[in-house]
Unconditional design. Structure first.
Ligand SMILES: C[S@@+](CC[C@H](N)C(=O)[O-])C[C@H]1O[C@@H](n2cnc3c(N)ncnc32)[C@H](O)[C@@H]1O
Length: 213
C-alpha cells in the first residue's frame, strides 16, 4: 500500500464518483427550512468555512444570501465536485473547490473558522484521525458541526444494506460516543441531538488550545 493510498481513500472516491450523476434524485433532499436552520446555527458571514464531504453542494442553496470570506467545498469525489462547480461557481461568495480526503487536508493549521460535515462522518475510515485533522485546521474557538438530516437508524440501515461493499461498514455511532471522542481530543460539545429524524453534534475548540493538545 503506497503512502497515497493511506492518505486518500481511493475506494470510497470511486464509489462516490460512480454515484454522483443522479445523486440528487437518489437521496431525499432536506427542506429549505432545515438547510437554513443548520446554516444559521453559526455565524458564517466573513468566516472561512470548510464543508467536508460537500457532495454536489446540498448545503450551498442555503448560502447564496450569505457572505463567507471563503467557502471551501471539499470532497474525495472528482465527479461530485464537478457537478457542484457547474451549479455554484460564481454564485457563492469565496467558493473554493478542494479535492481532498478529510484524513489528510492540504490546509494550514488554524486556518478555518467553521467545519461542516453533513452526511459524511460515517464514511471516515479512521474517525479519530479525521477529527484530529479537523482539529488541526480549526482556529481556536472554531466550530464543528456533524450533521445528518435523518436519524442514525436510517443512516445505518441505508449504509448497512448498500450494494457497495465498502460502504456497508460506514456506520454512525450513537451521538454520546462521538461526543466522548470529541471531548477526549479537546473539543467542547455544547449540543447533541440523536433522535429518529435528526443527528447533530455541535462542537467547538476552546479559545486558546492547551499545550497538551
Ligand atoms: C453521503 S454523501 C453526502 C454529500 C452531501 N454532504 C449531501 O448531504 O448530499 C458523502 C460525501 O462525502 C464524500 N466523502 C466520503 N469520505 C470522505 C473523506 N474521507 N473526505 C472527504 N470527502 C469524503 C463522498 O465523496 C460523498 O460526496
Amino acid at each position: 500500500m503506497s503512502l497515497d493510498d493511506l492518505e486518500f481513500d481511493h475506494a470510497r472516491a470511486a464509489v462516490f464518483d460512480s454515484l454522483a450523476d443522479g445523486w440528487d434524485e437518489r437521496v431525499a433532499r432536506p427542506s429549505t427550512e432545515a438547510l437554513s436552520q443548520l446554516i444559521d446555527l453559526i455565524e458564517i458571514n466573513g468566516k472561512v468555512v470548510l464543508d467536508i464531504g460537500s457532495g454536489t453542494g446540498v448545503l450551498l442553496s442555503a448560502v447564496t444570501s450569505k457572505s463567507p470570506a471563503k467557502w471551501i467545498a471539499c470532497d474525495l469525489s472528482q465527479r461530485m465536485l464537478e457537478i457542484l462547480r457547474e451549479r455554484y461557481e460564481g454564485k457563492i461568495a469565496g467558493l473554493e473547490i478542494l479535492k481532498a480526503d478529510a484524513h489528510c487536508l492540504p490546509l494550514c493549521d488554524d486556518s478555518i473558522d467553521v467545519v461542516l460535515c453533513n452526511g459524511v462522518y460515517p464514511h471516515f475510515r479512521d474517525k479519530r484521525r479525521a477529527l484530529l485533522e479537523i482539529r488541526r485546521v480549526l482556529r481556536p474557538s472554531g466550530a464543528l458541526i456533524i450533521n445528518h438530516f435523518v436519524g442514525r437508524d436510517t443512516v445505518n440501515r441505508i449504509h448497512g444494506s448498500s450494494q457497495n461493499e465498502v460502504l456497508r461498514v460506514d456506520l454512525l455511532p450513537p451521538a454520546c460516543e462521538l461526543v466522548e471522542l470529541l471531548r477526549s481530543i479537546g473539543f467542547v460539545v455544547p449540543s447533541q441531538t440523536d433522535t429518529s429524524d435528526l443527528y447533530r453534534v455541535v462542537a467547538s475548540l476552546p479559545s486558546e488550545e492547551l499545550d497538551q493538545w
